[in-house]
Design a binder for this molecule. Structure first.
Ligand SMILES: NC(=O)c1ccc[n+]([C@@H]2O[C@H](COP(=O)([O-])OP(=O)(O)OC[C@H]3O[C@@H](n4cnc5c(N)ncnc54)[C@H](OP(=O)(O)O)[C@@H]3O)[C@@H](O)[C@H]2O)c1
Length: 241
């Protein structure tokens, strides 16, 4: 089996996910570019390869069991194992998201991608991660999902939202549950907040670059074997739940 570290990043065709793939590629890793749209995926892979990264495309829609199963089969066939999974794909969902007027379908759609998508991809990839000597999982969360921050006066956690914000709180809780179950396996799983980055997700209103947002995920993807698990970090350190 290859000595090269093998990674898979979901939603890697643009934004923060693309920059995570680029950053891991710069480390000499072989990187699966998970993306649901063929053209966007191929364009991203070509760009990453042109920059010197050992990138390969992985057709992947995190909401689709068949797609996720096929993605796991593709990684197994091409690499035989997976060392690092970055669950980055995410959506905000349509507005309005005020709790009193939100369409339940919006909440369902956002949770399906941001939470159930992570569970679906993680569980499909776990057999491959278990073959790694230093497996890592990074879940792209957001500081807006921090209940501590939401209930701390003066703390900015974005607009009131019944779908996106709670989906990240839910993802944080799921991350903790995985860490508890996987405690004795060597698999380290953590949640990351990239900060407010200029991407499609927010109409490019963010104040950080996607590259800056990728840094925390790259750090958690490269944790040493005695590193933390079941915790939540941004660039400045630990984020409160
Ligand atoms: N930007 C920020 O300020 C910020 C702050 C905190 C947390 N985050 C989190 O960071 C992550 C990346 O966000 P971003 O800002 O880079 O957003 P983005 O530019 O909109 O990128 C989102 C990525 O997720 C993919 N995606 C969405 N639904 C998918 C699905 N069903 N299957 C597979 N891929 C899917 C998108 O693919 P398509 O191109 O096909 O749509 C795209 O590649 C998200 O989890 C987001 O919640 C972002």
């Amino acid at each position: 089996m290859s000595e090269q570290t093998i990674a898979l990043v979901t939603g890697a065709n643009k934004g923060i996910g693309y920059e995570i793939a680029a950053g891991l590629g710069a480390l000499g890793w072989r990187g699966g570019v998970g993306a649901r749209d063929r053209e966007r995926r191929e364009t991203a892979v070509a760009k990453l390869r042109a920059a010197g990264a050992d990138a390969f495309g992985v057709p992947l829609d995190v909401t689709d069991d068949v797609s996720v199963g096929a993605a796991a089969a593709l990684v197994e066939e091409g690499a035989g194992r997976l060392d690092v999974l970055v669950n980055n794909a995410g959506i905000t969902g349509s507005v309005p998201q005020m709790p009193t007027e939100v369409d339940p379908a919006t909440v369902r759609t956002v949770v399906e991608t941001n939470v159930i998508g992570v569970i679906r991809v993680t569980n499909a990839m776990l057999p491959l991660l278990r073959r790694s000597s230093s497996p890592r999982i990074v879940n792209m969360s957001s500081g807006v999902g921090s209940l501590t921050r939401q209930t701390t006066p003066g703390s900015d956690t974005g607009p009131i939202a019944a779908a996106y914000t709670p989906s990240k709180t839910f993802l944080n809780a799921v991350t903790v549950q995985y860490a508890k179950e996987l405690r004795d396996t060597g698999i380290l799983i953590n949640a990351a907040c990239p900060g407010y980055c200029a991407t499609d997700l927010n109409g490019f209103r963010g104040v950080r670059t996607p590259e800056q947002g990728a840094a925390v995920a790259i750090r958690l993807a490269t944790l040493p074997d005695d590193g933390p698990s079941g915790r939540f970090f941004d660039d400045e350190g630990e984020v409160p739940w």
